[in-house]
Design a binder for this molecule. Sequence first.
Ligand code: HEC
Length: 289
Amino acid sequence: MKKQLHTALITVAILTFCFNVFAATEIRLDHANTNINDKKSLQRGVKLFMNYCLGCHSIQFMRYNRIGKDLFLNDVIVAYEKAKVAVLNNQPLEHSDLVALSRAFDNKITNLNQAKRFFAKISEEEIEENLIKTTDKEVRENLIFADEKIGSLITSAMSVSDANQWFGNPPPDLSLVSRSKGVDWIYTYLRGFYKDDSRVFGVNNHVLANTSMPNILWQLKQDKPSKEFDQDIRDITNFLDYVGEPAKLVRFDLGIKVLGFLFILFIFSYLLKKEYWKDVKYGKWRAKD
Ligand code: HEC
């Protein structure tokens, strides 16, 4: 008995030691805490991505107008709906309402009466088309720097041969990086650069040792309190999560509705089952207990 106890204790000690050694060699990833439903975060993320990453990385499974539709169209519609309510209630129009209405009618609107006249002659479909056109225009002005079309795939201007020459490793396309590496990995990687003079760009990375990516966010990090910098990285990571699966925005929303539907269906099915079984239990062939 004593011998068995000894063996068990030694086994536990060895296992604990092994776990600790393996745990120590594994990279600890910080929690990204991203939220794909946070539209403001995604909007900031796409701007940061276009400014800081697109020079090297493409996201070639994504199109500019899809980003417009998914991330910016809703704000344009909300502003329009607010202005519409103001017009219907004969309330004074604020500057933002006039802007929203001008977009919806694709005409400059300066006062309430003019807005009413337009409402009388324009159809809902035309308004919808104009709102989409406005969103596309905003995307073109704020997100597209190169000579690209709104329906284009988001490709990087850097050629593969240049990239090979400069970095030894071409910067990979980031369309699916959130799926292959996970958001925590990206978040920790982008915050994980440290000074290392032995490397070509003077930096190394805790997560991807000897990475050939320069620390392009160093200036941003220097200019801001670390909390804000972390938020910037969270926003970029959140955006890459969205790019990895844009349908997630719809899927999560739909998922909750489907579960709600199933729950209600369950209640009715249960009541129906009780009704049927009443006949089986207490039908004419069996007297009530
Ligand atoms: C100056 C060019 C350059 C810029 C700008 C740049 N990167 Fe990179 N990036 C690279 C290179 C090169 C690699 C390949 C690193 C390697 O494999 O050693 C890389 C790798 C990565 C990886 C790892 C991908 C993988 O699957 O291993 C991620 C994630 C990444 N970059 C994200 C970003 C983000 C986000 C930005 C913008 C904030 C950015 N990069 C800006 C050059 C760049």
